[in-house]
Design a protein around this ligand. Structure first.
Ligand code: G3H
Ligand code: 13P
Ligand code: ZN
Length: 332
């Protein structure tokens, strides 16, 4: 049993309280490899932003859970080396799918876990989430639960259609489970194709697809039921069109990729939403940079020469999110 506190990591409790009170959100960035992690830590250290490093099931399969945990421990030391005296870094399990997975992460030093029982019947979701909370809280590890279903096309996280969170269920769920934060469904979804072209309108000036707005009325109703309780938004990539254009220009085939407009995430950040999950945007930033190098320098075969620009582009993206969308800069 390794306690996250011995690794210099923190849980989400204080971080979320400050974010809800201060009207900003904490970035939760997924990582699968060294370049992504370096970019996240550099961005957080430079902007003095608290940050949540997220590990998905896909990441655990791709990179190995143990290795990712050691990388997160290394990230704390790296952040200090970068001049961030007191790094506020959470290591979080994203979309935990069973008690055993959550326990295994808690036992190896994760400071926060999500148990995603959103696909289960309500009572089973309550029972599973409660079981994880009871275990996690013994070690002061915080737990994110989920109510409502997000639509999406992510490898490991998919649902045909979304079902908004029912505001009338949230008090009962939070009371019965004791969870520390709640992921809700208000129209976001996983992946780079969040809406079909039919669901969007066309901006005549730019020729871009404009997605339908998030269900802010549902968010407001949830906040009224749970004043000040930390709310989480998954599926919050904005799918930057300049990255999509670069990918397509250099041989990619991402047609009609569309995300959540940043103004809406900015607005959500000012509410009880205090954790915003972003993964796809980082994938796009990485792919755009790699494609550009491959197209412009076809003789290049040193991975550092294309992964380096990919890292720079991700870092730029993370700083932009922190400063211009979530408002978490200078909060750590
Ligand atoms: O919520 C989903 C995340 O984007 C992780 O996806 O399982 O493909 O790593 P992944
Ligand atoms: P995106 O696919 O919108 O980046 O969402 C990521 C996420 O919710 C991870 O849990
Ligand atoms: Zn998610």
């Amino acid at each position: 049993m390794i306690n996250y506190k011995d690794l210099g990591l923190v849980n989400t409790r204080e971080m979320f309280k400050k974010a809800v009170d201060g009207g900003y959100s904490i970035p939760a960035f997924n990582f699968n490899n060294m370049e992504q992690l370096q970019a996240i830590v550099m961005a957080a250290a430079e902007t003095k932003s608290p940050v949540i490093l997220q590990v998905s099931k896909g990441a655990r399969q791709y990179a190995n859970q143990t290795l990712l945990r050691y990388m997160a421990e290394g990230a704390v030391e790296y952040a200090k080396e970068l001049g961030w005296e007191n790094p506020q870094i959470v290591l979080h399990l994203d979309h935990g799918d069973s008690f055993e997975t959550c326990k295994s992460c808690i036992d190896m030093g994760f400071s926060s876990v999500m148990i995603d029982g959103s696909h289960l019947p309500y009572d089973e979701n309550v029972a599973l989430t409660k079981k994880v909370v009871e275990y996690a809280h013994q070690f002061d590890v915080t737990v994110e639960g989920e109510l409502g279903v997000l639509a999406g096309v992510e490898d490991e996280v998919s649902a045909e259609e979304s079902h908004y969170t029912k505001p009338e269920e949230v008090v009962d769920f939070v009371t019965k489970t004791g969870c520390d934060s709640l992921a809700i469904s208000i129209g976001t979804s996983h992946g780079a194709f969040k809406f079909t072209p039919e669901q969007c309108t066309l901006d005549p000036q730019t020729g871009r697809l404009v997605p339908p707005p998030l269900a802010f009325d549902v968010l407001k109703a949830i906040e009224e039921q749970l004043p000040g309780f930390p709310i989480v938004l998954h599926g919050s990539s904005s799918v930057p069109q300049d990255e999509v254009d670069t990918i397509n220009k250099y041989g990619g085939a991402l047609k009609a990729a569309v995300g959540i407009p940043e103004e809406q995430l900015r607005e959500a950040s000012k509410s009880a939403v205090c954790k915003i999950n972003i993964d796809s945007d980082s994938r796009l930033a990485m792919t755009a940079a790699v494609r550009e190098v491959f197209a412009q320098k076809p003789a290049e075969f040193d991975p550092r020469k294309y992964l380096g620009p990919a890292r720079d582009n991700m870092k730029k993206l993370y700083i932009h999110k922190i400063v211009n969308v979530l408002g978490s800069n200078n909060k750590a």
